[in-house]
Design a protein around this ligand. Structure first.
Ligand SMILES: Nc1ncnc2c1ncn2[C@@H]1O[C@H](COP(=O)(O)OP(=O)(O)OP(=O)(O)O)[C@@H](O)[C@H]1O
Ligand SMILES: [Mg+2]
Length: 455
C-alpha cells in the first residue's frame, strides 16, 4: 500500500485498492499514474492483463469533482462487454468516494440509461455508437469533459471507429486531457493519434516480447475438417478450468458451440449478432463457471478480464498479429500462467510466421494429439478424482461392501472397472462444421486496413 500512497493516491482510493487485493502498483501503474494525475496527455502501452484499467482509472477518479453535475470523465471501449467490465472496476476503485460511473452501450434499453444518467454519474464508459445517440438526444453533454480515455486505443482508431471518435472528440473542450491505452500500439496508429493529443508522453513498458511470458504458446498444423476432433481431444487432455475458443466468423462460432454441446461440453457462443441479453447471460455464466468453454469471435478478444481462464484455443488463426496478442492475452493475467494453442492449416503457415515475427515470440509446434492421448488424459482425471475422495475421507459407509467385493473379485479388475465408470471416454458423436476457406496471406500493411467489426 505504501507504494500506492507514494504515487500520491488519496487514502480513500488506496483503501479500496487494498480491498481489491492490489498490494503494489504494476509497472504501467507505477509509470502512468503520476503524469496522468499531473494532467499530462499520454499513450500507455503494456502487456495484456497488467492493470492498464487501474492505470488510467485511478487518475481519472482522482480528477473528478463529486459535486459537479455534468459528465467530467469518459472512457471509450470497442465492445459492450468491456464497457460494462471497466465501469464495474471504476466503481470498485471509487467505492469510498462520491464518484460514480455509468456504462452506456448499444443493445441496452435507452430509457433505462437515461434514468441512470439522471443520477449524475461523473464518469461514463461508453461504446461510441450509443454515446453518439445520447449526444444527439442531448441526454449526454461533453462540454465540461476533463479527461477522455481511449481504452484499446489502436482498435478505437481503426477504420471502423475513427469517424465516431473524431465526432465525439470534437464535442469536448480543447482543454481536455486525453489518454490512450492498449497492449498493442502499431506505429501507424501512434502517429495518427498525435492528432488528438497535446505533447503526449509515450509510456511503454519495455519488454522483449509483446505477449505475456507466462503464456505458453503452441501451434499445431491440422486440416480444417480435422480441427474439431483435435479440439475435443485437447480439451480432454488439458482439462482447462475455463477456456476460450476463438473462431473466425459468427457462423463458425454458432456451429462450434453447438457441436461442443452435442459432445457433452458446457460451451456457449458469443458474437455480435446475438441479442445483448443473450451476450450478457453468456458472459455471466462464463464468469461464474457454469459454462466452461466460451466460443467467441474477436468480439471477446480485447480487454475481457475473466479469472480462471487457463486456456485459449485459436480454432482459426487470427486475422492479424494484434488480434493474436489480444486473444491469447485472455489467459495469463495478473501473474497467472496460461496456455494458448493456435490451429494452423498448412496453407496458413506463412501467416503464422508473420504473427511470430511481429509478436517477437516463437510459437512452438506441437504434435496433433491422438485418440489414445485423449483417453489417457481422461483416465488421469478419473484417477485424480478418486484420489481426492480418498484424501477427503468420509466413505466408511462403503467399507464393508468394498471388503466383500474384494473377497469375490480380482482387485485390479475392480479398480479398473471403477475407473472405467469414472472416465469420460472420448465422445465421437458425429458433428458437422462448414469448412472455412484458409486465410489468405496478406502483407503487413494490409493487416491494418481490414474493415473491423463484422464480428
Ligand atoms: N496492482 C495490482 N495488483 C494486483 N492485481 C491487479 C493490479 N492492477 C490490476 N490488477 C488486476 O489484474 C487484472 C488485469 O487487469 P486489467 O484488466 O486492467 O489488464 P489490462 O492491462 O487492461 O489488460 P488488457 O490489455 O487485456 O485489457 C485485473 O483482474 C485487475 O483487477
Ligand atoms: Mg484493458
Amino acid at each position: 500500500m505504501e507504494k500506492f500512497k507514494a504515487l500520491g493516491i488519496s487514502d480513500l482510493i488506496t483503501q479500496s485498492l487494498n480491498n481489491m487485493g492490489f498490494e503494489e502498483p504494476t509497472p504501467i501503474q507505477e509509470k502512468a499514474i503520476q503524469p496522468a494525475m499531473r494532467g499530462q496527455d499520454l499513450i500507455g502501452q503494456a502487456q495484456t492483463g497488467t492493470g492498464k484499467t487501474a492505470a488510467y482509472g485511478i487518475p481519472l477518479i482522482e480528477k473528478m469533482e463529486g459535486a459537479r453535475e455534468k459528465v467530467q470523465g469518459l472512457v471509450l471501449t470497442p465492445t459492450r462487454e468491456l464497457a460494462i467490465q471497466v465501469a464495474e472496476e471504476l466503481n470498485k476503485i471509487a467505492q469510498y468516494t462520491d464518484v460514480h460511473t455509468l456504462p452506456i452501450y448499444g443493445g441496452q434499453d435507452i430509457e433505462r440509461q437515461i434514468r441512470g444518467l439522471k443520477k449524475r454519474p461523473q464518469i461514463i464508459v461508453a461504446t461510441p455508437g450509443r454515446l453518439k445517440d445520447h449526444m444527439q438526444r442531448r441526454t449526454i453533454r461533453l462540454d465540461e469533459l476533463r479527461m477522455i480515455v481511449l481504452d484499446e486505443a489502436d482498435e478505437m482508431l481503426n477504420m471502423g471507429f475513427i469517424e465516431d471518435i473524431e465526432e465525439i472528440l470534437s464535442a469536448t473542450p480543447a482543454s481536455r486531457q486525453t489518454l490512450l491505452f492498449s497492449a498493442t500500439m502499431p506505429r501507424a496508429i501512434q502517429s495518427l493519434s498525435q492528432r488528438f493529443l497535446r505533447n503526449p508522453a509515450l509510456i511503454s513498458i519495455q519488454s522483449k516480447e509483446v505477449t505475456v511470458p507466462l503464456v505458453e504458446q503452441n501451434y499445431l498444423e491440422v486440416q480444417d475438417r480435422q480441427k474439431f476432433d483435435v479440439l475435443c481431444r485437447l480439451l480432454d487432455i488439458q482439462s482447462p478450468e475455463l477456456a476460450i475458443v476463438f473462431g473466425r466468423t459468427k457462423r463458425r462460432v454458432d456451429e462450434l458451440s453447438e457441436a461442443l454441446k452435442k459432445r457433452g461440453y458446457a460451451a456457449e457462443g458469443i458474437h455480435g449478432d446475438l441479442t445483448q441479453a443473450k451476450r450478457d447471460s453468456v458472459i455471466r455464466q462464463f464468469r461464474d463457471g457454469s459454462t466452461d468453454i466460451l466460443v467467441a469471435t474477436d468480439v471477446a478478444a480485447r480487454g475481457l478480464d475473466i479469472s480462471g481462464v487457463t486456456h485459449v484455443y485459436n480454432f482459426d488463426i487470427p486475422q492479424d498479429p494484434e488480434s493474436y496478442v489480444h486473444r491469447i492475452g485472455r489467459t495469463g493475467r495478473a501473474g497467472q500462467a496460461g496456455t494458448a494453442i493456435t490451429f494452423v492449416i498448412p496453407r496458413e503457415m506463412d501467416h503464422l510466421r508473420t504473427i511470430e515475427r511481429l509478436s517477437r515470440r516463437k510459437i512452438v509446434r506441437m504434435s496433433v494429439p491422438t485418440m489414445s492421448d485423449a483417453l489417457e488424459g481422461q483416465q488421469r482425471l478419473a484417477v485424480e478424482r478418486l484420489l481426492a475422495v480418498i484424501e477427503e475421507g468420509g466413505f466408511e459407509k462403503y467399507n464393508s461392501r468394498a471388503a466383500e467385493l474384494l473377497d469375490e473379485n480380482d482387485s485390479v479388475a475392480l479398480v479398473a472397472a471403477a475407473l472405467k465408470l469414472l472416465t469420460k471416454e472420448p465422445d465421437t458423436t458425429p458433428v458437422r462444421l462448414t469448412e472455412e476457406a484458409p486465410l489468405r496471406h496478406r502483407s503487413n500493411d494490409n493487416f491494418r486496413r481490414r474493415p473491423p467489426l463484422r464480428r
